[in-house]
Write a protein of this length. Sequence first.
Lengths: 107, 352
Amino acid sequence: MKNPDWVDQGPPETPLPEQTFFEDPAIDRAFAVTMALATEVWVLKDRVMALEAALARSGVVDSAMLADEPDNDERAAHESQRQAFVAGLLDSLTGRQASAGAPEMES
Amino acid sequence: MDDRSFVAAQDVILDMKKYWTTRLYPALKAEYAERAAAVGESPQTRQQVTELLGSTTSYRYFAWMERHLQRMKYSGRYGLVPYHHERAADLRNTLPDMSGESRLELDPDFKNPVYYETVDVHQHPGGVWSEPTAGFVYERGARSTTPMLGARHRDLHGRLTDRAIRDGIPDRLLDMGCGFGKSTRPFYEELRDTQVDAVDLAAPCLELAAADAAATQAENVRFRQMNAYETDYDPESFDVVTSTMLLHEMPPEEIGRTFDECARVLKPGGRMVHLDFYILPDAFAEFIHYGHSQRNNEPFMVPLVEMDVKAELETRGFTNISIEPFQEADGVDVENSPFWRFPWTIIAADRP
């Protein structure tokens, strides 16, 4: 069986693009962003768990209390930050432009 | 990057790979069976499977995950390569001074084959050879190459050792393409009266292998930098020659040259035993394996499975040829695994 030609030729002058698996490569790239964020979420969750465990060991916090249902005052105190988080996450779904473009330009 | 974040990220990436192995793969296989039943006939070729499954959403995500989980593992934000590069100096300091060490022989004038430097196999940027921490990266990465084996990886190499010495304990054994010594270790640990030689192209891996052997105080092994198909051993030097996951990393002509070299260095009556990926039981397995070859940057997996290995060995005069599925761990169904697995195969033959 013969070798492929490239075996003795070395790498191409221009590096190959990343492989794609969807008809629209936008999906490949957007999913990659999602997976990178999913990894970050776990890294943060792991850090929070470690922090809580360390604080509980030193008697600073009561782990069981951290898991209690928050009362209405605490929920209200977090409301504006929560709503800002939701808006930041979902604003782009409206499809509205955030900055004014020239009227004659089509998207 | 701190150690905790690195481990947390690598763990969750591995868990995603396990999900891919045990949930996405079976789901894909089930969808394939449904589609085949709907058209009333079972595909006989890889191309027919591609027509049935290749453009489905399930397969696209399956393929994406296989490609990108490996990318994330090696070169993502918490990847093996950036993590080890940040610690390069400290890691090098963990290696003992190997000057004058009989267990390690590097060749300062060694030139890699062109193909070896062209492709970053396993999606390991720079490959296993190009920089001092490459051996550490490879070693860490290999712990999760086959996600369902986990700590039983040792089991796999032990099983190969048992298979290789089934017909007797060798006086001398050559392990080709030894990497960082994972495949070699069971030989020199379990066969204390056997002189074990191990060769590989990659100096960073050989250094790690020799350091590991030195730590165990093994006196019966030496790691040498040379090409498996072009060694400097005298003819008829070894009773047994082995390799583990080497052949599929070589172009087809070099595989042939490796068989030639085995024939040359084996004593009359000696046996070679290669563990690799070869027997694909059906068209679906072929479809999956060909896809893996592309997605994992392992371009020579395909030429190997397309090669008539039995004929290649017969041409070279080998006898008692055995090409059979290899069970990598207890309980694995080698014919019809419900989960994704490599098509492990033993390729063994005697030199008359």
